[in-house]
Structure formats: C-alpha cells, structure tokens
Design a protein around this ligand. Structure first.
Ligand SMILES: [Zn+2]
Ligand SMILES: [Zn+2]
Ligand SMILES: [Zn+2]
Length: 182
C-alpha cells in the first residue's frame, strides 16, 4: 500500500505486524479480520489452493502467515500453529461455541499445497473445534479455510471428546430402547 500521509510506498516492518512508510516513517496497523488475521499485503509466490489467486503476507497472533484476500483462507506454519491457537484463545473471555460437528464432505476436497503444489493431507484436526484441515508434512504448514481457525479457537478444551461421549451415550440409549421392545 501507499502511505496515506505522503504517498510513498509502505513496507512491512521487519518481524512486525504493521507497515512503515519508507519516506516519512508513518505506521499503519492493519485491522484484524474475525479470524484474527492482519493483512500485510505483500505478494508471495504461492497460489491460493481454493481460488488460485496469489496469497499475500499477513500476521496472525504474532506469527507470519500467508493469506488469501478472496476466500480468507490462511496458511500457518505447523511450528507456530499451537502458539497461534493459544494466543487467540487467550483473547476470548467466553467460548461462543456452536458445537458443530465436522462436515465430513470436506474430507473429499483436494487441496494443493501453496508451497510445493503437492496434494495436502485433508484430515480431521486432532484438537477441539471439530474441523477438517489440510496439512503438508513436507512443508510443515496447515491450510485453514475461513472460519475454521475461529472454530478451533472458540471450542472449549476437550469438546471433541465430549461430543464423542454424547454420541456414545445416544447409541447406548438407543440400544436399551430397542432391547426393551424386543
Ligand atoms: Zn509517508
Ligand atoms: Zn482463496
Ligand atoms: Zn507442501
């Protein structure tokens, strides 16, 4: 972007999540979207696996990520992932969690790694949130579609296990009912 004050080019401050004007030193702090992503906007070499447009640099809970301005998906290095989730979690005082089950159709999707272009491993995320995410082990990155990160962040710890327990209980109740009628 260009500086609103003097019109010179603005660049990302090294290791920071804001932009600095090369000429007058003005700073610009991009607004975070509901997933907590601050778009820094420098073009990368990587295409979005969903819309093929070029991903741009962004900052998320102190980690450098790359981001799609169109579908709002985000590519997060695996090494930063838990830290990002912890940091975003700590910002939410209450868990506004809707308790959605995963959309299992998501497992059928094909996601090309923005780094190496190979097919990513599409799998249920092992933590809370009941989401299907895409991982490239070779590049150590996770791709999250818009809203997926928010579900992980807002899910109470252990909800995944509780949800399974409830299914288990329902099944037991059903078995008991069927036995009663036989
Ligand atoms: Zn300026
Ligand atoms: Zn996209
Ligand atoms: Zn890769």
């Amino acid at each position: 972007m260009t500086c609103p004050g003097c019109g010179a080019a603005m660049h990302v401050a090294a290791g920071k999540d804001f932009l600095v004007c090369d000429y007058c030193g003005a700073t610009h702090f991009p607004e975070a979207n509901p997933d907590g992503v601050r778009v820094l906007g420098e073009a990368t070499e990587s295409p979005c696996p969903r819309c093929s447009i070029t991903l741009v640099t962004a900052s998320l809970a102190g980690a450098r990520v790359i981001y799609c301005n169109h579908c709002h998906g985000v590519l997060i290095p695996m090494d930063d992932f838990m830290g990002v989730v912890e940091e975003l979690r700590s910002r939410h005082e209450t868990a506004a969690y809707t308790g959605q089950q995963p959309d299992w159709h998501d497992l059928d999707r094909t996601t090309a790694c923005p780094n190496c272009r190979k097919r990513m491993d599409t799998h249920p995320y092992g933590g809370p949130g009941n989401v299907i995410i895409d991982t490239c082990e070779d590049c150590s990155v996770n791709w999250l579609d818009y809203g997926e990160l928010q579900r992980i962040v807002r899910a109470p710890d252990g909800h995944y296990a509780i949800a399974l327990d409830e299914d288990e209980r329902d099944k037991m109740a059903l078995d008991a009912m069927l036995n009663d009628h036989s």
